[in-house]
Write a protein that binds this ligand. Structure first.
Ligand SMILES: [Zn+2]
Length: 278
């Protein structure tokens, strides 16, 4: 049997990315071109061509066209989970607005798909200690926001709860499905996909991913805009941001094909179903 790995998607448009939100806020009246429906359809086709399922962490404030696609994804056996409503980092929300984000997004996505929403992922991995209890209180069964990269300034850092790189439970019983880390020579190297599969040498990423998957847990994630071969480039984007967002974007489908030839991608729901003791 082929080695299995978790495949997750943060369902948002290109202008929701932190780099773009920062840049576009400096351009008054900029009207971004919506690309999500096109990219989501391409990603769905790619997954189905591989016989794979995935978990889609979705914003609940997307267009009616995308909402119809979420229903179709759910009907096709993929898992729909929550990425919040407004894509606001959890550290910027007060307790009431955090509660509302968690409850509103769950409710809207459940009405869209007719299926229970079990999982939550914080925008930009901005998990906080307070959010762990709020996520459980809102009725979620698992979280998938822990990305244990101590040197990354943007990712959330838990102080009172454990940060790990394999499935575990927080002290309140909430299950965590963290993003993958490659521990090498005392370093914590983020190895969960997204930007990293584009920026790292492809041979290195594939080797590390396979090593992790064969050890029992490899969790890959990406955004639909990373699949966009005609991605719009906004004016006056800083060179560093341009590299970060666009580097090797045309290589991603090729690198994903190579990765999927070595492992079978599956959703978190299926992974939990096959590992009932997690
Ligand atoms: Zn996001």
């Amino acid at each position: 049997m082929q080695t299995k790995a978790i495949f997750t998607v943060d369902v948002e448009d290109w202008f929701h990315a932190a780099v773009m939100q920062r840049h576009l806020s400096t351009i008054p009246d900029f009207k971004p071109r919506h690309r999500l429906a096109h990219n989501l359809a391409a990603l769905k086709d790619w997954l189905e061509g591989k016989g794979a399922t995935a978990t889609f962490f979705c914003l609940s404030s997307l267009t009616p066209e995308v909402n119809a696609q979420l229903r179709a994804l759910s009907d096709a056996g993929h898992e729909i989970a929550s990425h919040g409503h407004s894509h606001t980092s959890l550290s910027q929300l007060n307790p009431l607005s955090l509660k509302q984000e968690l409850e509103i997004s769950k409710d809207i996505l459940e009405q869209l798909t007719g299926c229970p929403v079990r999982g939550f992922r914080a925008p930009n991995f901005s998990i906080t200690d307070q959010a762990i209890d709020a996520i459980a209180a809102a009725g979620y069964q698992y979280d998938s926001s822990v990305y244990d990269v101590p040197w990354h300034p943007g990712y959330g850092k838990l102080v009172h709860q454990k940060m790990g790189d394999k499935p575990y439970r927080f002290s309140n019983g909430l299950l965590e499905l963290p993003l993958s880390i490659w521990r090498k020579s005392g370093l914590s190297i983020p190895m969960a996909g997204g930007a990293y599969i584009r920026h790292f040498p492809p041979g290195l990423f594939k080797k590390a991913a396979l090593q992790l998957a064969r050890a029992g847990y490899f969790h890959f994630y990406m955004h639909p805009w990373e699949f966009d071969q005609d991605h719009p480039i906004p004016p006056k984007l800083r060179i560093l941001d341009r590299v970060r967002h666009f580097r090797n974007i045309k290589q991603l489908p090729i690198r994903l094909d190579a990765l999927s030839s070595k492992m079978q991608f599956t959703s978190i729901a299926h992974f939990i179903g096959e590992h009932p003791t997690t």
